[in-house]
Design a protein around this ligand. Structure first.
Ligand SMILES: Nc1nc2c(ncn2[C@@H]2O[C@H](COP(=O)(O)OP(=O)(O)OP(=O)(O)O)[C@@H](O)[C@H]2O)c(=O)[nH]1
Ligand SMILES: [Mg+2]
Length: 399
């Protein structure tokens, strides 16, 4: 082990997002109960007691710095015998100063994810990392559940099943049901991507604005208005969705419009769901019909239904008649979209992988178990809990 590692008193991590805020929080985690001793030189409690004497959970006001007369006002709370939180002014200077003082007291500054992983476990740290990216209560709740033990408990039971020869089938079934939530799990921290497409002027930009409830995209009565891909994030029924408005699809010799159309096609290929719009006030064209048949799993919208219906029975029976002017059909579009991207909702307590590393390792474990390689399956499952130290890190640690 390196000398630096031996001398280390612990770690300090900034919990609040980088940048200015009203209050910043620094979490200090000592490798022993040294958190009291090392911080006592730096923290002067208003109640005159040393940190060692302050009970766990008490919120203590005081000043920070070797010279308390010029110190920062802070609030310190011992959360456990070896870990405390320092709440200070949210500006960069106060945070930098406290972290520098802690570094002098041999508390290494680390990202919060690493601190959590060192002391709380890799799985929990990964879930918390995804939780910090969640944009809705609904997704945050599910991630919180994974972080608070659901994933770890499931894994513990699976390791037992995988070790027992007679339980291979059960273990495989468990892995399959877990892997079935992969796409869902990855979307808890990143929105489902929904692309609106259709011929020029069918009302794609108008519909994206109506769904968002504000004017995000330019609407104009001339075809070929939208060129770039215009995106906006929103949530339907608590599920995060990224809506993308694209250039109207048509043959064109205009270079700029053609570039927009190429981008639109690229977006369509990779989308999680597609809305194909047709203009009900105009008779169907070959381009409309081709779009509908190319994207057979898309939700078809018979748009501008307030202007009459030139389509009649040509409109697919499953299409939704909608109008961005009257608001007709907007609720149904949202419901249908959500049904498509979230066809089922996990019951409380369901274990769900939340990042691609977890999905990859579960896939590896499944593959290994299916081919009778019990050791490799166990290895992949164990790596969910602890990543082996890379060779380069091991060399550095022994220097
Ligand atoms: N009556 C009626 N008019 C609409 C509706 N939706 C859009 N429009 C009109 O249709 C025209 C084109 O709307 P846009 O939203 O710009 O159409 P677009 O599909 O984005 O057009 P491009 O960007 O050129 O491909 C505008 O004049 C809108 O006001 C609707 O539901 N009802
Ligand atoms: Mg447009």
């Amino acid at each position: 082990m390196t000398q630096g590692v031996e001398r280390r008193a612990g770690t300090a991590a900034l919990l609040t997002p980088v940048g200015r805020g009203a209050v910043a929080t620094i979490r200090v985690e000592a490798e022993s109960s040294q958190v009291d001793l090392s911080i006592d030189e730096l923290f002067h409690a208003a109640n005159g007691q040393a940190l060692l004497q302050q009970p766990v959970g008490r919120i203590v006001f005081g000043r920070w710095g070797r010279d308390s007369t010029f110190g920062e006002d802070v609030v310190v709370c011992k959360r456990a015998i070896h870990h405390c939180e320092i709440h200070c002014h949210g500006g960069d200077a106060a945070v930098r100063r406290i972290l520098e003082d802690l570094a002098q007291a041999n508390f290494v500054t680390v990202p919060w994810q690493q601190q959590l992983s060192d002391f709380g476990g890799l799985l929990e740290s990964e879930c918390a990392d995804q939780l910090s990216r969640a944009t809705t209560w609904r997704t945050a709740e599910i991630l919180q559940e994974q972080a608070s033990g659901v994933l770890r408990d499931w894994l513990g039971k699976l390791l037992e099943l995988a070790a027992d020869h007679s339980s291979t089938e059960v273990a495989l079934a468990q892995l399959d049901s877990m892997l079935a939530w992969s796409r869902f799990g990855l979307h808890l921290s990143s929105p489902w991507h929904v692309v609106l497409t259709g011929r020029p002027n069918v009302g794609k930009s108008s519909l994206i604005n109506a769904l968002l409830g504000y004017q995000r995209a330019i609407v104009f009565d001339q075809p070929g208005t939208t060129r770039d891909v215009v995106t906006a994030e929103t949530a339907f029924d608590g599920w995060p969705v990224l809506l993308a408005d694209t250039a109207g699809l048509r043959e064109t010799s205009e270079e700029l419009e053609a570039a927009g159309i190429a981008m639109a096609r690229g977006q369509l290929e990779t989308a999680d769901a597609r809305l194909v719009l047709v203009d009900l006030s105009q008779p169907p064209t070959g381009e409309d019909e081709q779009l509908i048949s190319n994207w057979f799993d898309a939700i078809v919208i018979g748009h501008k239904c307030d202007l009459g219906d030139c389509w009649g029975t040509t409109l697919p029976a499953t299409a939704i008649k909608a109008s961005s002017v009257t608001g007709q059909g907007l609720d149904e579009i949202q419901q249908r979209l959500i049904k498509q991207v979230v066809p089922s909702i996990p019951a409380a307590g369901t274990a769900i992988p939340v990042n691609s590393r977890q999905v990859g390792l579960l896939g590896e474990a499944r593959q290994a178990l299916a081919t009778g390689n019990r050791d490799a399956a166990r290895d992949a499952l164990m790596r969910l809990l602890v990543e082996p130290v890379a060779d380069a890190d091991r060399v550095r640690d022994t220097e």
